[in-house]
Design a protein around this ligand. Sequence first.
Ligand code: ADP
Ligand code: ADP
Length: 222
Amino acid sequence: TETVRLSGVGFGYADGPGVLRDINLILAAGSFHFLTGPSGAGKSTLLKVLTLAERPTAGRLTLFGEDAGEAPRSALPRFRSRMGVVFQDFRLLDHLSAFDNVALPLRLAGAKRDSYADNVVEMLDWVGLGERMDDRPPTLSGGEKQRLAIARAVVNRPDLILADEPTGSVDAAMGERLLKLFQSLNRLGTTVLIASHDETLAAASGASVLRLEGGRLSGGAA
Ligand code: ADP
Ligand code: ADP
């Protein structure tokens, strides 16, 4: 089965030139991919199309076996509830504790604290932030914020994880540690796509490497 299928997908911002051109991509369920390419190649834009923050201007986008490119707005939360997104700028809430940042997706889904507290603590332990759960994001280092963002993205066990430069603000050792977190999720069956300009990390990961350049995709499962 396929988590993602793009057939002839194109995208351009408003009056600008095409950023994505004729993208054909299949992410099989349980597969692991890096998306590389130079700055400005369209990596973030492709992630925005996959998270349905932007809609394709051409072609077909299928997520979890259902048409997503032309799905009504009312259907978007249902698609998004199956994705975990790690944003390049983290998008943590500075006035909430680390615990409450991770709990947020579960609270928004209507869960009660008693039902999710153990799960949230387990996620924080998993990313090595068990001792920091009462602290707010502004007191955390770059690598800690990154790990907090990852814990929040995965706490409701998504089928698809999309991460935009998740190793962008950490050193090489932390980059490898974060890669191991994504790999362990992938071993549990989660489909993973990591956008990164770090070609060394991508090659070292053993994952399939997709390359975006001039709005076109090459390599991997395309
Ligand atoms: P990457 O993530 O590979 O660095 P982006 O997807 O961020 O690339 O950008 C691809 C192209 O789209 C760039 O030329 C960028 O300037 C342009 N772009 C990105 N976001 C917007 C936007 N909101 N409006 C107009 N152009 C944009
Ligand atoms: P990201 O999802 O990576 O944060 P952004 O949309 O913030 O992506 O920006 C990605 C790139 O697109 C940056 O180089 C930024 O300068 C450029 N960009 C963002 N918004 C616009 C815009 N309205 N017009 C042109 N370029 C833009």
